[in-house]
Write a protein that binds this ligand. Structure first.
Ligand SMILES: [Zn+2]
Length: 281
């Protein structure tokens, strides 16, 4: 692809398209202290508003971090899995978007075990949704002018999936909680790569560590990688220190996500050009 072509693609991205972190914290201690918010991620893309993994306090964070969008305007809710730091506010949003059951609106996409007796979704709220999708490996769902794909099941204690959001001008991968396994690298090829990084070193715990993320970034070669979902050990080390190290070892721009920060997609894609300039030098 010619360079002028790439430039044009970035400009073709709608200026409203953005990623907003309603929280960058994860796990027990950070939930309890709210040292980082735990509200998940808002994706504004393809003319739609999608909330992913609304953990504890998500709606409150939404109201303060995204004052220009009313929460009733959320179209799609996605749960990667049912753990509480990913799902605590799911019923709150279901109630908000269906106006307490007074209008049929919205879509929920979640793993099978998020529903039913041991699930986290109140069944009485589901009747008022336009669509409910239970994720299988390979599931693809159109959302506005984009498509979300769930390539494979993760290795985590409960049923867990990440996704690739494919839009006309760009793609975004979200690698939710998982133990590292080699198929991940290929499955999540995208321009923007978001990873839940909870561990410093590889261990038996079902979470990505710093070396795992390094491996994934090196294979995927995105325009930019963003780490998020920090537990206490990562916070003590400093997410930005980790991001800097990852950037040095992979030569790809790596950002440590910040609570409430809006990341315009156009700006994120521009990191590819900066990267090209760096290698030219
Ligand atoms: Zn989990």
């Amino acid at each position: 692809m010619k360079k002028s072509q790439k430039r044009k693609d970035v400009l073709a991205v709608h200026h409203d398209d953005e990623i907003v972190f309603l929280g960058t914290g994860g796990a027990r201690y950070v939930i309890a202290t709210q040292l980082r918010a735990t509200g998940g991620i808002l994706f504004r893309a393809g003319g739609k508003n999608m909330i992913v993994d609304p953990g504890p306090g998500s709606l409150l964070r939404f109201l303060s971090y995204v004052p220009d969008v009313r929460p009733e305007k959320v179209d799609t809710l996605i749960l990667s899995h049912k753990h509480i730091d990913h799902s605590a506010d799911i019923n709150v949003y279901l109630d908000v978007i269906t106006r307490g059951g007074f209008r049929n609106k919205g879509m929920l996409i979640a793993p099978h075990d998020a529903f039913g007796e041991d699930g986290v979704v109140h069944s009485y709220l589901l009747d008022h949704l336009e669509r409910v999708v239970m994720i299988e490996p390979g599931t693809e769902v159109p959302i506005g002018s984009c498509t979300v794909q769930f390539p494979l099941r993760h290795e985590h204690r409960v049923e867990t999936y990440g996704f690739v959001l494919k839009c006309d001008e760009y793609s975004i991968s979200y690698i939710a909680d998982t133990k590292y396994f080699p198929d991940i690298d290929q499955a999540y090829a995208a321009d923007i790569l978001i990873m839940n990084l909870l561990r410093l070193e590889p261990s038996d715990i079902d979470h990505l560590s710093i070396p795992d993320c390094e491996q994934i970034i090196t294979t995927v070669k995105p325009a930019v990688a963003i780490i998020t979902h920090f537990g206490m050990t990562v916070l003590k080390t400093g997410p930005w220190n980790i991001a800097r190290k990852l950037q040095a070892s992979t030569d790809i721009t790596v950002l440590a996500a910040e609570d409430g920060k809006h990341y315009p997609i156009r700006q994120l894609l521009e990191y590819r050009r900066q990267q090209e300039l760096r290698t030219k030098k």
